[in-house]
Design a protein around this ligand. Structure first.
Ligand SMILES: NC(=O)c1ccc[n+]([C@@H]2O[C@H](COP(=O)([O-])OP(=O)(O)OC[C@H]3O[C@@H](n4cnc5c(N)ncnc54)[C@H](OP(=O)(O)O)[C@@H]3O)[C@@H](O)[C@H]2O)c1
Length: 534
């Protein structure tokens, strides 16, 4: 290998060397879209501000607008200015600005990918000189096959056959900067939704695997990048007291809620084709369930963690035919009030049919067929236009075996609940019974609280910051593997099929601003429990 010298050492003081990626170029397809503007660009800027990006790092926006680099830079600056708490100072912005480039093209224009390849080579010569590339598909799902094919045909996916470009050797980072010539890596990040059912997910995997190996593919579910979600496993496995009670012997049931106060907004046409089951349950809710219910992995290596996640998703008992009628509630919001303001019903939203049968709310009762969880119901609910935005996992434990405090219900202890708040206030609460001060034994519930915001005195990184960093590092632990995606569709498909068979019959309506329809309350009331008030 030929040795070259880099202008500066990309590793700076005060940064954990193990978590600094190699110099590389990120290509954002759909760089002018909502996801890019609200999430990706602000996250990248924050990473830059904190020194988490290597020097020589570049961002190439790919889009159909007739823009120059300067236009793209102005767009990024405007996006950051609109982003709360992100207004860049002149110094930090000028460093970030130099990373930004634009390549013009339509997704279905084959020559655009040749142009992109040329632009990448040029940017690479100026900056990273590594050939490392991360392609991010921030595009509508209909664009995935076009972009995957375009990137593949332009030879951008297979870096083994790529040009001889310099790669920085991290092992040499303490000696004068050195680079070794070699083709760099290529990875691709695919946004959700990953297909709309099992056959379409299989087809999307086939398209990806025609050009990329599985270890180059990063299927994103941004919930997995949230601190509290990552903390589920740490909490379970780094504390000796929890894992022994994490099973059917002590757990009565589990509740998982993913509630949004927003309606569909401008995304009516997209949502009409999707619905809450596919949009929220197939990915976020089932991934949360997997982290709660999975067996401890043998290590924290990506493959070990992903094996266990896939196994537990495969163990969810399918709901088929009449079981769907009894254990799944399908709801849609009507007009109502959110925080005192009137809001329209789903069928009055722009781009939504006046007879729409698309669900904006789902509640389910599911079981995990495993030794650990046999007989323990998992109640799942997700919905739009609920009273507030809240994502929570609650483990409700069984009552003590003997009630020693008399027949008076006031003296009966409430069950212990361990609640993990994923958003908006990331933290963990344990509800325990305690004696009320005084001469009698009256039991009241008190909360032992841990809040991320106050306990560590530092902000939690945005999920996208973590996931972008991991994909640049090649760490796939927090991304979905092909088998997990397939297992999730295996669960969802028969529910969709049953709904199609039954047409409009099972729709349950709720007023905007309520915690879902009464049928959802009835689902859990069958076991004499109630959904948690969040
Ligand atoms: N937005 C979110 O918060 C969010 C959250 C989770 C997942 N996602 C997923 O992320 C992906 C992108 O969502 P989004 O909300 O950012 O969508 P979006 O706002 O509609 O943006 C789509 C982007 O693709 C570009 N585009 C569309 N057709 C094109 C074509 N034929 N040639 C070139 N460029 C084209 C658009 O360019 P123009 O600007 O020129 O139209 C725009 O940059 C979707 O898969 C979505 O499901 C989004």
């Amino acid at each position: 290998m030929t040795e070259l010298t880099l202008p500066e050492n990309p590793f700076r003081q005060g940064i954990d060397l193990r978590r600094v990626p190699e110099p590389s170029t990120l290509v954002i397809f759909g760089a002018t879209g909502d996801l890019s503007r609200r999430k990706l660009l602000p996250s990248l800027f924050m990473m830059h501000k904190q020194g988490a990006l290597p020097s020589g790092f570049s961002i190439v926006g790919f889009g159909r607008r007739p823009w120059s680099d300067a236009d793209f830079r102005a767009f990024v600056k405007e996006s950051l200015d609109d982003s709360p708490g992100q207004q860049p100072t002149r110094d930090v912005w000028s460093g970030f600005e130099q990373m930004l480039f634009f390549a013009r093209g339509e997704f279905d224009e084959p020559e655009a990918y040749g142009g992109l390849a040329a632009r990448l080579a040029e940017v690479d010569r100026q900056r990273a000189r590594t050939g490392n590339r991360l392609f991010y598909l921030a595009v509508p799902p209909s664009g995935y096959p076009l972009v995957i094919e375009g990137v593949g045909r332009a030879g951008l996916g297979d870096r083994r056959g790529g040009p001889d470009i310099a790669r920085f050797d991290a092992a040499e980072s303490n000696s004068p900067a050195r680079v070794l010539t070699e083709a760099g890596w290529a990875r691709i990040v695919v946004e959700k939704p990953f297909g709309h059912d099992s056959p379409s997910a299989t087809e999307l995997n086939r398209q990806l695997q025609a050009w990329f190996r599985e270890d180059q593919i990063f299927r994103i579910d941004h919930y997995l990048g949230k601190e509290t979600v990552q903390n589920i496993l740490v909490f379970r496995l780094a504390n000796g007291i929890f894992e022994p009670v994490w099973n059917r012997n002590t757990v009565d049931h589990v509740q998982i809620t993913v509630a949004e106060d927003l309606g569909v907004g401008t995304r009516g046409p997209y949502f009409e084709e999707t619905g809450t089951l596919r949009d929220m349950v197939q990915n976020h809710v089932l991934q949360l369930l997997a982290l709660v219910a999975m067996e401890p992995p043998t290590s924290f290596a990506a493959s070990a963690v992903r094996d266990e996640r896939a196994k537990v998703l495969g163990a969810i008992k399918p709901l088929v035919g009449k079981a769907v009628d009894s254990d799944v509630v399908r709801g849609q919001y009507k007009s109502g009030f959110i925080a005192g303001d009137p809001v329209p019903g789903y069928r009055e939203e722009p781009g939504v049919s006046a007879e729409s049968q698309t669900e904006t709310f789902v509640a389910l009762k599911v079981f995990v067929d495993s030794w650990r969880w046999a007989g323990v119901p998992f109640y799942l609910r997700a919905g739009k236009r609920m009273p507030r935005r809240a994502t929570e996992i609650a483990i409700q434990f069984k009552r003590p075996p003997l009630l020693l405090f008399g027949d008076d219900p006031a003296r009966e202890p409430e069950p212990n609940v361990l609640a993990m708040n994923i958003q908006p206030d990331e933290g963990i609460t344990l509800k325990v019974g305690s004696k009320l001060p005084g001469p009698t034994i009256d039991i009241h519930s008190v909360h032992m609280d841990f809040r991320y915001g106050t306990s560590f005195g530092r902000r939690s990184p945005e999920a996208y910051e973590r996931l972008l960093l991991d994909s640049l590092l090649g760490d796939a632990t927090l991304f979905s593997r092909e088998d997990s995606v397939q297992e999730a569709w295996r669960f969802v498909d028969p529910i969709e099929e049953r709904w199609r068979e039954r047409g409009a019959a099972p729709m349950a309506f709720y007023e905007a601003g309520a915690w879902g329809p009464k049928e959802a309350a009835n689902l859990i009331a069958r076991e004499h429990w109630a959904w948690r008030r969040l």
